[in-house]
Design a protein around this ligand. Structure first.
Ligand code: MV4
Length: 497
């Protein structure tokens, strides 16, 4: 068993910090890498050592394998954690790291290769009792063959790129006369975007829920699942709100899906942390979509309900340790909700709003966790993902976790940039979300920029009401045509944003 003494984190921002914190608690020294834009970043200050790896664009820094491996050698690190994004799902990187005599904190390059292709993943899991969406397990190029398949499974169908991810290269086809044209487009799109034109056809599930299972494997063949995360609240394939557990799984269905997830992982002889993505249709049928071979952004909701530190577990498994528990030892405790705070303007089509955090005050209190990489006065670099923070609220029940999330959003103070906080509050207050009756179509169905102006939060309404009463009691008749209470309430609201 190879004990890790020094860990290089090949990432930036909140996830680099989050990984280093766990490493430090395990007595492991940490090495940060940074681009020019990140010279002053918190992950650089937190690490025991830091090494510059080049210009700000990630293609010249965080994505350059050679520079990262050279930095690990130079600092005598013995392991590399890739975080999420950047090189985290690059099997060639995993191979190079191993070749350099370093430990890659993640699965084997072979597992990554199988799961990196959607068709490869489907072929592998199909022999392991994992339900797949009706469709083909082979690439299709001939429109005649495609028409025959589509007729068999029934319209609407979905054309997907095997090499695609995050919804890229998907096309819905409603009728036979659209099929050949859409297929041609899908193939040429996939070829130019991924250098691989393989596409396949599936039955289109129209308003699915996105439910993913966290799995964990060790290098001795043991695999468990750590329950599910519901990630249906997303906008253009970018998740905004995630929660665990899902409000619609029964214990029986959870058990069935959990077993399927473990089987899918075993199909790729998977070890370390991974996520099995399912969709669930309105009849509660579930289907495997793909596997993500990394630690995910939303992993904290799983940590909050299981009490486990997934990064520590990743490190131990990478060192060769056995999983310290069996499936029956793990249980769900309470409910956790994560909202992603992006520097984006929800009233302007979620356009990135890069700038300086003039005020930045985190919410506090019982059951609140904020994973972020910024402090007041810092500028959000425009080169990378504009996520400022993840806020995770944990409480005994779903309803309490929702109410806590609203309270914490109201306490969060960010000025200088527009953020998605108000949008997340809108989600938390929406009856479809609160009742649990929603799908991946939530944002499309219920969100327009106007709702953020039209519906002040309960708290705002209550405070505005109190102010109005106080004002009517205390002031002289108002000379302007507007009632005094409206003026006060609206100027108070202005100060809040
Ligand atoms: C689907 C689907 C409906 N039917 N496949 C989107 C991203 C990629 N991981 C797969 N995705 C989907 N595949 C079939 N056969 C609907 C989606 C989908 C989706 C899935 C998960 C989370 C959000 C989504 C938003 C739109 C579409």
């Amino acid at each position: 068993m190879a004990k890790i003494k020094k860990l290089l984190v090949a990432n930036r921002g909140e996830i680099a910090l989050r990984i280093m914190r766990s490493a430090q608690e395990m007595g492991i020294k940490t090495v940060a890498v940074f681009s020019e834009a990140d010279r002053q970043a918190l992950h650089v200050r937190f690490a025991d050592e830091a090494i510059g790896i080049g210009p700000s664009p990630s293609a010249q820094s965080y994505l350059v394998m050679d520079k990262i491996i050279a930095a690990a050698k130079e600092t005598k690190a013995d392991a590399i954690h890739p975080g999420y994004g950047f090189l985290s799902e690059n099997e060639e990187f995993a191979r190079q790291v191993k070749k350099a005599g370093l430990i890659f904190i993640g699965p084997s390059a072979e597992s990554m290769e199988i799961m990196g292709s959607k068709l490869g993943a489907k072929a592998a899991v199909s022999k392991f009792n994992v339900p797949l969406v009706p469709g083909t397990a082979e690439p299709v190029t001939d429109p005649v063959v495609a028409k025959k398949i589509a007729k068999e499974i029934g319209y609407p169908v979905l054309i997907k790129a095997s090499a695609g991810g995050g919804g890229k290269g998907m096309r819905i086809v409603h009728r036979e006369d659209e099929l050949s044209e859409q297929m041609e487009r899908a193939i040429s799109e996939a070829t130019s975007a991924f250098g691989d034109g393989s596409v396949f056809i599936e039955k289109y599930v129209s308003e699915p829920r996105h439910i993913e299972f966290q799995i964990f494997g060790d290098q001795h063949g043991n695999v468990v699942h750590l329950f599910e995360r519901e990630c249906s609240i997303q906008r253009r394939h970018q998740k905004v709100v995630e929660e665990a557990p899902s409000s619609i799984l029964t214990p029986e269905l959870r058990k069935k899906m959990g077993e399927a997830a473990v089987n899918a992982a075993k199909a790729a002889q998977y070890y370390n942390a991974g996520t099995i993505e399912f969709i669930l249709d309105e009849k509660m049928n579930f289907y495997f979509l793909e596997m993500n071979t990394r630690l995910q952004v939303e992993h904290p909701v799983t940590e909050q309900i299981t009490g486990l530190d997934l990064v520590k577990l990743q490190i131990k498994v990478a060192e060769g340790e056995k999983l310290p528990f069996r499936q029956e030892d793990i249980a769900i405790h309470g409910h956790a909700i994560e909202v992603r705070v992006y520097a984006e303007d929800p009233s302007n089509n979620f356009l990135p709003d890069i700038g300086t955090l003039k005020t930045y005050r985190r919410p506090q209190g019982h059951g609140i966790r904020v994973d972020d990489g910024f402090e007041q006065g810092m500028t959000i670099p425009f080169y990378y993902d504009p996520m400022i923070a993840k806020m995770i609220c944990h409480d005994e029940t779903r309803e309490r976790a929702i109410d806590k999330t609203i309270r914490a959003i109201n306490e969060y103070e960010i000025t200088g940039v527009e953020t998605t906080l108000g949008f997340c509050r809108y989600v938390m207050q929406h009856q479809a979300f609160r009742s649990g009756n929603f799908s991946t179509k939530f944002v499309e169905q219920y969100f327009t920029p106007e709702v953020l102006q039209a519906h002040p939060s309960d708290e705002e309404e209550m405070i505005a009401g109190v102010l109005a009463t106080e004002l009517v009691k205390s002031v002289q008749p108002n000379p302007s045509s507007q009632p005094a209470a409206t003026q006060v309430a609206s100027s108070w609201k202005k100060n809040r944003t």
